[in-house]
Structures are given as structure tokens and as C-alpha cells.
Design a protein around this ligand. Structure first.
Ligand SMILES: NC(=O)C1=CN([C@@H]2O[C@H](COP(=O)(O)OP(=O)(O)OC[C@H]3O[C@@H](n4cnc5c(N)ncnc54)[C@H](O)[C@@H]3O)[C@@H](O)[C@H]2O)C=CC1
Length: 481
């Protein structure tokens, strides 16, 4: 078995692979630390060139009938599904996530986005506004060149979630994947080209923060869509504002998952585990503050401790593995520091701990308080903080006592309570008796510091287009002079 994942070249500009002229960008397999590809960053000139190429190609793409653009996306979805196995393996090498996950959750989710927006293409219309003799209409027009900047946890899904609505609206895109996981976006560029996308409409540049910053401020860029942390979001939003660029910000979270006494305990435990340990906990919308009502608390924790023993930590390419390594040693170090701070501040470990090397086992804290760092800060690792509560009003106040506002979940059999509580939670994406499911049909996004704009569903179209209003005079023009 070879772990060589070297692409044809590091960048993809104007419909062809192009070697980067910037600094070295080694790609390491998180499981072993072995170098699986050796890339180069884009130089400043190459970032500008990619944006120029995109700007030149965009008008002809926008002039096509929407259904024609949609067909390209649908074809790309079909190609992804045909090659899912090979693409998922590459995703596992890039991210270290278990193959069991990447086979069902990564490229497949990307294919669903391409399929959904491809199908939506022909039904995106404007409005006709009757005004008596005269009338007006609106046209939904592309923005131009959209920059996409991705995080490392779902690299190919993020690339597809941004590309699909952008391209279907007739925009061009220059995408910069995370420097940790640069490989999937290059595959997407090849697949889109094979599906019939004109050269220059989807381009990939590689690099670290500096390359991202150059992209976000390039004069040819009209919109920036970022998936990343809140601190990066602040910088990119501010940089984009200077050029009055549109933005979508999908940022971090510290989301509450509230389990009431009457919840189905088995399902609540399943959801809490998925909401904290899937992808080794490296998911933005994770429900990392698990609020347990006093009556269910002990039973929930007992069952959780039992079921954590079923987690299979190990080789990501082994189909039986359910828990993979952390993306890199630096991130593992941050997670370990968070675990240490929890212990120092008086929380107790139900299970897990710092682990060894690239692996951090599923970790659950009890006896935590709202003030502890583990309860307040995003950890972005497999660390669940459980907190007790007594009544509904109290838990809503505590759940909302955070600057983040990405997601929230409620487990209860009481229908009226479920909807009453959800209505009061400050979060963009919520689940009742479920968690972390993000079907493309449902808008996904945040409130408060966790971001703005929406991905997925028809709502995403609004963030990749602008409205032109046209007043149509049907008679003469009356003037007082
Ligand atoms: N809301 C959402 O949909 C998601 C949010 N995230 C969040 O992402 C974070 C983890 O991902 P990371 O890759 O560590 O995030 P990060 O913020 O460090 O990096 C994200 C991307 O921004 C780029 N970047 C960094 N500084 C930049 C700058 N000044 N200008 C332009 N680009 C810049 C990076 O190179 C990378 O491609 C977590 O906070 C997580 O919650 C992750 C996945 C989904």
C-alpha cells in the first residue's frame, strides 16, 4: 500500500494544474506523520493571476442558461459518486479521519450539494412587481468572483458547499483550502473540468494565512466565504469590508445540547457521542456543553461511560476504526492543554484524558461549572463537558451565556417544551431529538460571533447573488417643468 498522494501540481488555475511558486507546503498523514505529498504555496502573483483568470472567464459562464450550468454540477456529483472510494481514501490521508466516516460523510455530502444546486439552477428566478400602468422586475445576478477559504476538518465538503451555490449562480471561484488539507480541492477542480465546467471558473490556490489574506483583498474578488475560527473570521471580515465585499462566515462554536429528564436516554447518549467524538471532535457545530437535567444525569453518565468503551481508536484506513488521530501535533497540544485546565479548575474525568501521540481518546468531564475554560472556549477536539441543571428557564439562560451562536440541540419527549426552548436559544442551526445532521435541503449557519450568511438550501443562493431592480415605464414621463 502506497501513501503517496502527490497531485499533478499544487495549484489549479485556468483549467490546468500549475506548480506553486511560493514556500514549501508538505502534506502529512496525521496518523503517522509521514509526508504523503509535497506542495508549494501560491506566490502573491499567482493569487492575483488566479483572480484575474476567474474574472475573465466569469461573464461567459454567467451568460449560459442556468439549466446548462446546473447540468455541469449534476455531472460532477455523478463523477464524485463513481469515484467515492478513491476520493474517500484520499480524504482520510489528508485529514486522518476514519475511512468509515469519509466514505459516507465527506465527498458524499459534497455530491449532495452539487446535485441539489444543479437541480435548483433552472428555478432561480426574479420577481415581477405590478405597479398599475408601469411595472418592475428583479433579476438575481451573480456577484462575480467569489473567494472560498476552507478549514481542515471537512476539506472536500467545504469546497463543494461553497462552490455549488457560487457556480450555479454564474460566479467564478478561487478556492484556498486549509494548508493542513490541500488535496481534496484539487480533485474537485479536476472533476468539475471533466464535468464540463469552462476553464477558469473554479481555481485552487494553496497556502497559509498570508495567501488567504491576499485572496480576501484581491481587487478582482467580490465575495469572501470563510470556514474557520472566530479570530480568523474577524480578520477576514474586516479585510473584506474595505472593498465592500460580500461575506459568508462559518466560524467556531461552543454549542449547548440540552437533555431533559423525559428524554429517551439511549438516543440522547448516541447524539451526545456523535456531537463530541465524530471526526475526533473536530466539528464546528459540536454540542460540547451537554446540559443534563438532574433526574436523568446519573443514568446518562453511566450509559455514556459504558458506550465509550465501544469506540475503536486506531488506523484510519481500517474500516473498523471509529476514532482517528487529531489533525496535527499542535492541535493535539491545544486539546491537551484544555484537558489539563479542566482538571486544574476542578472538573472530574468520567473517561478519557490526554492520550498519547496523535490520539486523544473520547473525553468526558463531569462536575464542571459554567465559568471553567473547558465550558467557555472552543476546544475542537473530542472533549465533552457535562453540566447539571434543574429547570427550563435556568438552562436556557446558561445555554445562551456565550458569545458563540452556531448550533444547539434539545432532547425531550415533550413537544411543546421542545419548540418553546428552541425558540429561545440563540443559535443559527438547531436540532430536536437529533444532532449534527446537516442535510443540504436545510439552511446551515450561525448567529452572534459564530458567523453570518447561510450555506446549503435555497437560502445560500441569496449569499452568492445580488438583486437588480428594474422599473419599466409603459407610458410617457410626467415632469413639472
Ligand atoms: N461553521 C462552520 O461551518 C465550521 C467552522 N469551523 C471552524 O474552523 C476552526 C478550525 O479550523 P482551522 O482551519 O483551524 O481555522 P483557521 O481559522 O485557523 O483557518 C481557516 C482558514 O483560514 C485561513 N486563514 C487564516 N488566517 C487568515 C487570514 N488572516 N486571512 C485569510 N485567511 C486566513 C487558513 O489558512 C485556513 O484556510 C474552528 O474554530 C471551527 O469551529 C470548522 C468547520 C466548519
Amino acid at each position: 500500500m502506497t501513501l503517496n498522494a502527490q497531485p499533478a501540481a499544487s495549484l489549479f488555475i485556468g483549467g490546468r494544474p500549475v506548480e506553486g511558486e511560493g514556500g514549501a507546503l508538505p502534506v502529512l498523514y496525521p496518523y503517522t506523520g509521514e509526508e504523503i505529498a509535497s506542495l508549494r504555496e501560491a506566490s502573491a502573483g499567482q493569487v492575483a493571476e488566479a483572480c484575474r483568470v476567474a474574472a475573465r472567464a466569469q461573464p461567459a459562464w454567467a451568460a449560459l442558461a442556468p439549466a446548462e450550468r446546473g447540468r455541469v454540477l449534476s455531472r460532477a456529483a455523478a463523477i464524485i459518486r463513481e469515484r467515492n472510494e478513491e476520493l474517500s481514501r484520499l480524504e482520510t490521508l489528508d485529514t486522518g479521519k476514519p475511512i468509515q466516516e469519509t466514505l459516507v460523510a465527506d465527498w458524499e455530502s459534497g455530491a449532495q450539494a452539487l446535485e441539489f444546486f444543479g437541480g435548483l439552477a433552472a428555478s432561480i428566478t426574479g420577481q415581477m412587481i405590478p405597479l398599475g400602468r408601469d411595472w418592475a422586475y428583479t433579476r438575481r445576478e451573480p456577484l462575480g468572483v467569489c473567494a472560498g477559504i476552507g478549514a481542515w476538518n471537512y476539506p472536500s465538503q467545504i469546497a463543494c458547499w461553497k462552490a455549488a451555490p457560487a457556480l450555479v449562480m454564474g460566479n467564478a471561484m478561487v478556492f484556498k483550502p486549509s494548508e493542513e488539507t490541500p488535496l481534496g480541492a484539487l480533485k474537485l477542480a479536476e472533476i468539475l473540468l471533466e464535468a464540463g465546467l469552462p476553464a477558469g471558473i473554479f481555481n485552487v490556490v494553496q497556502g497559509r494565512a498570508e495567501v488567504g489574506a491576499a485572496l480576501a483583498t484581491d481587487p478582482n474578488v467580490d465575495k469572501v466565504s470563510l470556514t474557520g475560527s472566530v479570530p480568523t473570521g474577524r480578520k477576514v471580515y474586516a479585510a473584506a469590508a474595505e472593498g465592500m465585499r460580500h461575506v459568508t462566515m462559518e466560524l467556531g462554536g461552543k454549542s449547548p445540547l440540552i437533555v431533559f429528564d423525559d428524554a429517551n436516554p439511549e438516543h440522547a447518549v448516541s447524539a451526545a457521542m456523535l456531537a463530541n467524538f465524530y471526526s475526533s471532535g473536530q466539528i464546528c457545530s459540536n454540542g460540547t456543553r451537554v446540559f443534563l437535567q438532574e433526574g436523568i444525569r446519573d443514568a446518562f453518565l453511566d450509559r455514556l461511560a459504558e458506550r465509550v468503551r465501544n469506540v475503536r481508536m486506531g488506523d484510519p484506513l481500517d474500516p473498523a476504526t471509529t476514532h482517528g488521530p487529531i489533525i496535527n501535533p499542535a492541535q493535539a497540544g491545544k486539546i491537551r492543554a484544555a484537558i489539563a485546565s479542566g482538571l486544574e479548575q476542578g472538573a472530574r474525568l468520567l473517561c478519557g484524558g490526554p492520550g498519547e501521540g496523535a490520539f486523544i481518546p473520547p473525553t468526558v468531564f463531569t462536575d464542571a461549572s459554567d465559568e471553567m475554560t473547558i465550558t467557555r472556549d472552543e476546544i475542537f477536539g473530542p472533549v465533552m463537558t457535562t453540566l447539571g441543571f434543574h429547570d427550563e428557564e435556568e438552562v436556557i439562560t446558561r445555554a445562551n451565556a456565550t458569545g458563540f451562536g452556531l448550533a444547539a440541540g434539545v432532547f425531550t419527549q415533550d413537544l411543546t417544551r421542545a419548540h418553546r426552548v428552541i425558540a429561545q436559544l440563540q443559535a443559527g442551526t438547531c436540532w430536536i431529538n437529533s444532532y449534527n445532521l446537516t442535510p443540504v435541503e436545510m439552511p446551515f449557519g450561525a448567529v452572534k460571533q459564530s458567523g453570518l450568511g447561510r450555506e446549503n438550501s435555497a437560502a445560500a443562493i441569496e449569499h452568492y447573488s445580488q438583486l437588480k431592480s428594474v422599473y419599466v415605464g409603459m407610458g410617457g414621463v410626467d415632469a413639472p417643468y
